[in-house]
Design a protein around this ligand. Structure first.
Ligand code: ADP
Length: 606
């Protein structure tokens, strides 16, 4: 129970202190202004009484004392008029009566006053004052002016000031001059004066409260900010400490791509010091040498994917065949760079970069490619010779051969043909991966070039009774390397036929969309199972359903087709539903492909 109260006290301590403060201040100021108000009123009463006393002629007064009840006495009339005129002037101060009293044989009698004879409250002179306030007996004793507290007598409730008039020679009391204020009026005057200071005090207290509450809030939020800052600095220091020694090269970049932190491993990979790197843009530090176009493409891709789509970006020298150069150290690097966005409140505020030096891996990969290239190359000559020999045997009519021997020879020819295709595919892939393939764009009439490929493949459609339809927009000449792009058409068209049953329908469309030439090849064939779709463009991948239908495929055609389309500046994608059919699309830039120097070209696949 006690604990509960302590808790309540602690929680509301500010409110309580404030409440007590307001009450105490109100009380203090209330009292203060009340006392001040009373003082003012009493002073006013006293001033009027003194003024009236000073105006009275003492001789006339002494004379009147002996004729106390004589209303016709000239002195009475004069003094009465004199007080009436004072009363007239002081009425607006709330003073009800100004009057003179005589003390005779210890009793107090009224004489003239400020009321006009004949008026309703006129008191005839000589009347005894029966219930005087106690302060009057004090005055009679010590003959000093006095102001009473609130008292009641036979006439009502009053607060009064009394001033003695003394005989200057004897010091005897001649008369007492009084000024009265009715108590109701007195309170009204005091309270009237109290209202304004009380309101201002109250407003001042509210102001103090609001100011202190604001200051308190300010202090609290400053403390919170300091707290958060401390915590953030602590976390930052912890994170920096953690990543500074990690073997992975990690960098922190701001939204513009400038480095704000790099760990030791980054320094080692780039071969430069931290202070040379910090504050510089990653795109100034790592560049694609002598290829501004590629570099600009890279920057645009990073910006679009990271800042707009808020997704991570990867650049790999292994996939692109492009090495980067560090402009500070001059070091040439094969890298795998991953940039992930740092998102706060749905806004990309920076990035985390991981920069792995994969020079060694790329070297091994290039060695592997070189080996495949060499092996395929070496294999090609004997296999081609074999084909030539088989062809000679098949054409040789000098000695008769049985039909089963001829059948075997034909099968041998087909197998040899597939071997040649496989070796060509391997060669092409190793060439495209090594980046050695040259791209030589020339103006091409795409529609008639594709029609030529279709007529070369007509035998495939005829064999399976498949219907082919071709539609196209009016396509202007487009600058592409058709030696390469033609391989893409051949692959996709032959796949559409291969992976569709007899009597299937194959539709080819070429049209322009968003500054791109799009080719759409659809079939209503076997389709690609959903589980296989994500692997489709991988090297050697073949979907289960079609692997049984055509056991001779290599799974290299689509991989190569996609690589060719991308190196020509386009994209490839597809949609497929198993047992319903597939549609493949690929785009080529209407403005044409960019030329690329290279030492080799591609071998025709099919
Ligand atoms: P290949 O035809 O030599 O197997 P590709 O790389 O051209 O190699 O094709 C890879 C695989 O993709 C094929 O084995 C097949 O499973 C699937 N595929 C490609 N085109 C189609 C298509 N039009 N319909 C159904 N499956 C297809």
């Amino acid at each position: 129970m006690l604990n509960r109260w302590i808790k309540v006290l602690k929680t509301y301590k500010f409110l309580m202190i404030f409440t007590v403060g307001v009450i105490a201040t109100g009380h203090f100021f209330g009292n203060y202004f009340l006392i001040q108000g009373e003082k003012t009123q009493k002073q006013r009463l006293m001033d009027v009484a003194i003024m009236a006393a000073a105006s009275v002629n003492k001789e006339k007064l002494t004379d009147l004392k002996d004729n106390i009840s004589d209303e016709q006495n000239q002195n009475f009339i004069e003094l009465n008029e004199q007080f009436s005129s004072i009363g007239e002037k002081t009425k607006n101060l709330g003073i009800r009566w100004i009057y003179s009293m005589f003390v005779i044989d210890g009793k107090i009698y009224f004489s003239f006053d400020s009321t006009i004879p004949g008026s309703s409250d006129y008191e005839p002179p000589g009347g005894e004052y029966k219930k005087p306030p106690k302060e009057l007996s004090q005055l009679i004793k010590n003959k000093r002016p006095i102001v009473t507290d609130h008292y009641s007598d036979e006439y009502g409730s009053y607060v009064s000031a009394f001033v003695p008039i003394l005989n200057e020679e004897t010091g005897d009391l001649i008369a007492i001059i009084g000024s009265d204020m009715e108590y109701s009026e007195y309170s009204r005057q005091v309270n009237k004066n109290l209202l304004f200071p009380l309101i201002t005090t109250f407003l001042a207290v509210i102001l103090v409260f609001l100011t202190s509450a604001y200051l308190l809030r300010l202090k609290k939020s400053r403390e919170n900010i300091e707290d958060a800052l401390n915590r953030a600095q602590h976390e930052k220091a912890k994170a920096e400490l953690l990543i500074s020694d990690v073997s992975e090269p990690i960098a922190v970049l701001d939204a513009e791509g400038c480095l704000t932190y790099v760990n030791k491993a980054v320094e080692e990979v780039l071969g430069c010091r931290r202070d040379q790197l910090l504050g510089k843009s990653v795109f100034e530090i790592l560049v694609i040498p002598e290829d501004k176009g590629n570099m600009l493409n890279l920057i645009k891709n990073v910006h679009d994917r990271l800042m707009i789509k808020k997704k991570k970006v990867m650049f790999s020298s292994l996939d692109s065949g492009i090495d980067l150069v560090c402009t500070i150290s001059g070091k040439k690097l094969s890298v795998m760079l991953t940039l992930s966005p740092i998102i706060i409140s749905e806004k990309v505020v920076g990035m985390i970069g991981v920069l792995n030096d994969i020079t060694h891996i790329v070297k091994v990969d290039r060695m592997k490619n070189d080996f495949i290239s060499l092996a395929s190359h070496q294999l090609r000559t004997p296999i081609s010779k074999m084909r030539w020999m088989i062809e000679m045997l098949l054409d040789d009519n000098s000695a008769p051969i049985s039909s089963s021997q001829k059948d075997l020879m034909n099968k041998l020819y087909d197998t040899n043909q597939r071997l040649i295709q496989l070796v060509n595919s391997l060669l092409n892939i190793s060439r495209i991966e090594s980046g050695r393939i040259a791209i030589n764009p020339t103006p091409v009439d795409l529609v008639s070039s594709v029609k030529a490929i279709l007529s070369n493949h007509q035998f495939m459609f005829n064999e399976k009774d498949q219907q082919l339809s071709f539609e196209s927009d009016k396509i202007p000449e487009i600058n592409i390397d058709f030696k390469l792009v033609g391989e893409v058409y051949k692959n996709i068209i032959s796949n559409a036929s291969k992976y569709s049953p007899k009597g299937a329908k194959i539709i080819i469309k070429i049209y322009i969309e968003n500054q791109k030439v799009i080719t759409e090849i659809s079939d209503n064939g076997y389709g690609i199972p959903a589980k296989s779709q994500s692997h489709l463009f991988q090297k050697f991948y073949r979907a289960d359903n079609t692997a049984q239908i055509d056991p001779d495929g290599s799974g290299l055609g689509l991989y190569l087709a996609k690589a060719i389309v991308e190196s020509s500046g386009g994209k490839m994608w597809f949609k497929s539903v198993e047992n319903k059919g597939s549609t493949f699309w690929f785009s080529l830039p209407l403005k044409g492909s960019r030329a690329k120097e290279g030492s080799v070209s591609i071998e025709s696949e099919k």
